[in-house]
Design a protein around this ligand. Sequence first.
Ligand SMILES: Cc1ncc(COP(=O)(O)O)c(C=O)c1O
Length: 474
Amino acid sequence: MAKRITASMLSRQLSGWDADEGALHSLLACAIRKVIRSGAIAPRSTLPSQRELAQVLAVSRTTVGHAYQELADEGWIVTRHGSGTRVRATKLRSGPLAEDDRLGTYTAPTGPLDLSSGVLQTSPLFGKALRSRWVQDLRRLSFNDRFMPWGIDELREAVAQYYTDLETLTEPAQILATNGSHHALTLVTACMLEPGDTVLVEDPTYRGALDVFSRRGVKVIGVDCDDNGPIPGELATAIRKHSPRLIYAIPAAHNVTGVTWSPRRRRQIAEIIIQTGVPLLDDGSTADLSAGDHPGHMASLLPDNLTITVGSLTKLFWSGLRVGWIRGPEPLLKAALNARVTSDLAGSIPSQLLTATCLPTAPEARTLRRSELIPASRTAETLLSEWLPSWTFSPYHGGACLWVDTGIDTVALASRLRRENILIVPGSEFSPIDRWRTHIRVPLGNPGLLEIALPRMAATVRGVDSASTVSACS
Ligand SMILES: Cc1ncc(COP(=O)(O)O)c(C=O)c1O
């Protein structure tokens, strides 16, 4: 029930809040956020005034003011003149910062300087596909008035050929079309995981997958990685300890680290999977962005019953196609088919046809992407060294971004930058346990944007340097 929370009631819930290192206001915001998330304070309850809380906690009123501002920016609380500060009835889904709202930046009104997305510019090869004879094919398909929830034959055949060309022999019957690989992840999750099940992920990983798993009520455990992929010993231990139902991984051009598993690591992970029988959900969405040759998919090393692969042409051609697929064993595909019919009946035929038209030119599109991304990464590296020389990162080895260690608390930084209309995603969004609080993802899709944004970010960082030391609050 909503009530008025006094400063002493709140302070009891916050015991030890300032034990970690870091800016006091961030530690305080973090502790209050935890109390709200735990349900200990009911929605619509009124929080103590800044003055009362500052007095009880023996901090300045400014510290409490900044903490409240951070929570308001994230959508947890709202302050109204005359009626005080209240906990929101439902947390607003507009901010990029809160733990259970990892895809908030997709729906947030974007500022002019949006560095939150890893989306790439549309490939010129997409224009070529538009000029091809796909419209005639579409006319032919339009005489068919049935839904096609499996996907049109042209697409399933083209996807099967795409995998076969990468040494993963595939039949069209092994492919179910979806509305993008995120949709594919959602369907696989709905069919393979029950609330309470455990899934292992690389830490860090794709924030969208974390969102899908958490909405399903699945327990997510992170596995440590090095520059070659997940550390085999850590993976084996985590399997023994947690008995997961599934391992979710991004083996090539990882979103966010850019890492591609080495051939040796791929074999080691495949052995662990075969020995333990825990299936791998291989997210191949970024695999076409390896800086070197395409490494192929894990399905070429694993039996069909132990591997599910999802993919799309979002990275290679255009994010607006919204077509993806699942390559998997028949029982899973049938279950996913039923789940997709319930949610959307079937996918768009024009988009599938365009995707099928693009797919045979994937090798050319990969070369083109490399010719854009490698110079873009150099530009980003130069700008970072010039404007933010204390920030560190590994040299680019693939993917759509650089994974940068800023050395400061990026949750607080993101909050500040948002007030200046610059949108970034703090590193903790990519972790199941809010690690990587000093990291950010610097996207490479629009180097011109970085030229404007990085000097402005540098000015902000200089302005708040001492106040934004990393806080260990998680
Ligand atoms: C690893 C990974 N998986 C899935 C997706 C979702 O892609 P799609 O546009 O195909 O839904 C993305 C998009 O950024 C991604 O990076």
